[in-house]
Design a protein around this ligand. Structure first.
Ligand code: HEC
Ligand code: HEC
Length: 371
């Protein structure tokens, strides 16, 4: 079960293949600055009332077929969001470009918009059966800061309106074993975006970092490195360094991948936005950045900062060789608000993620952690 959303990938890249052909670089005084790779800013004061006002898509909006300058991308290790699939795009303002950084902290020009759409497959056994699109989130770069915004799609999937207060949506679907199910999905209030996106008091982008985008994608039937492809689209303001020595995250659910790499990539995507210096859980001292090298920092034999109900009577975050004794797993496996990790808003346990972290801890050479 590869949850890297093959659908999102297929979607983004089927679209991408169109873009490759249709996005000539603007050059010369007569070139249309909106013919890609950047895009003319929509008229009006941001945030615009409706998603269609941004003019990102052509044809029926629910096909999410991007216009020139609306550039699809994917992340190697996605955030678990109660089984939602996602489609992601980067939109740069006319003439703008990203300044690359080796690890994170890429710098985006004012007027950049990153677009992330959430959808739920009607039939989890068969992504080809279609999906219900629920919300589209934007991060807009204005005056040197990111502004978070959400649009909620109508039932007909023809339009999405600016969300003012959080909303709960009932999602009906056929589950993996063919049973009709429903689940309540929470669209977060924009005040809550900061719970994950805020680092040292400023909203940050989380996906567009080197390790997450340095992954192979398929464009026009050929396998290409996504960073190279994005650079070829003209997204960066200069040539990229040699990618060989840079971070490259694993696809967590790729059974052929290295277990340690997959687990660490999973924890980065799902936990590190809080569990790092400057993040919402910095006081815990637990750091889940993929590049953290000290096992004690990412939980191995670490005694928790506070032994509340969250510890479930277990003394250590990770006990090598013993998933059942590890607080990390106990908390990932719970929906109790006092215990569960990640904290809100998920309401469905990521059982594949729990299995991955369990396998990872089980495979560590057994060690006594001591008091
Ligand atoms: C539970 C944590 C969490 C919350 C809450 C959250 N996000 Fe995110 N968001 C992430 C993570 C992690 C990523 C990157 C991984 C991915 O794309 O799957 C991301 C990616 C995004 C992206 C794509 C650009 C980027 O930063 O990677 C946008 C746009 C976005 N979020 C907008 C929002 C908005 C708007 C809200 C509030 C309505 C919000 N997010 C709430 C965790 C969260
Ligand atoms: C939205 C922010 C947020 C996210 C995302 C998050 N955590 Fe936490 N986590 C916290 C906070 C805040 C604490 C400290 C308070 C507590 O223990 O409940 C904490 C504490 C913990 C602790 C106790 C650690 C210690 O040493 O004190 C563990 C274990 C933990 N988290 C695991 C995880 C795992 C595993 C993930 C990802 C699957 C995750 N968390 C994602 C906010 C978060």
């Amino acid at each position: 079960m590869i949850r890297t959303s093959p659908r999102a990938l297929a979607l983004a890249l089927a679209l991408a293949s169109g873009l490759v052909v249709a996005a000539p670089l603007a050059c010369g005084p007569t070139a249309d600055p909106c013919a890609g790779p950047t895009r003319c800013v929509a008229d009006g004061e941001l945030p615009l009332p409706r998603l269609s006002d941004y003019d990102f898509f052509e044809g029926p909006m629910k096909d999410l077929k991007p216009k020139d300058g609306v550039v699809p991308y994917t992340v190697a290790s996605p955030l678990w969001s109660d089984q939602a699939g996602k489609g992601r795009f980067i939109v740069l303002p006319e003439g703008g470009a990203i300044t690359f950084a080796e690890r994170e902290g890429w710098s985006f020009p004012d007027g950049s918009i990153i677009v992330k759409t959430f959808f739920f497959d009607h039939d989890r056994r068969d992504p080809a059966a279609g999906a219900r699109i629920v919300e589209t989130r934007l991060l807009i770069r204005e005056a040197g800061a990111w502004v978070p915004i959400t649009y909620v799609w109508n039932d007909e999937e023809t339009e999405a309106e600016l969300l003012k207060v959080g909303k709960r949506i009932n999602i009906e679907f056929i589950d993996e074993v063919g049973e009709a199910k429903s689940e309540e999905y929470i669209v977060p209030n924009t005040d809550q975006c900061g719970n994950c996106h805020e680092l040292s008091d400023a909203i940050q982008v989380l996906g567009p970092i080197t390790g997450q985008l340095n992954t192979d994608v398929e464009v026009d039937g050929a396998t290409v490195n996504q960073l190279t492809w994005l650079a070829d689209q003209g997204l960066f303001d200069g040539p990229l360094p040699d990618l060989g020595g840079l971070d490259r995250f694993a696809h967590p659910m790729d059974p052929a991948g290295d277990l340690d790499d997959r687990a660490r990539s999973y924890l980065h995507a799902n936990c590190s936005h809080c569990h790092r210096d400057g993040g919402g859980a910095s006081k815990s001292g637990l750091v889940f950045l993929r590049w953290e090298e000290d096992p004690a920092k990412f939980g191995v034999c670490k005694v928790p900062a506070a032994a509340g109900p969250g510890a479930g009577g277990r003394p250590h975050d990770i006990v090598p060789g013993a998933p059942d004794e590890s607080i990390v797993l106990y908390r990932m496996n719970s929906l109790d608000p006092d215990i569960k990790m990640p904290e809100l808003p998920n309401r469905v346990i990521d059982s594949a993620g729990v299995q991955l972290i369990s396998d990872w801890i089980a495979a560590m050479p057994a060690t006594e952690c001591g008091p």
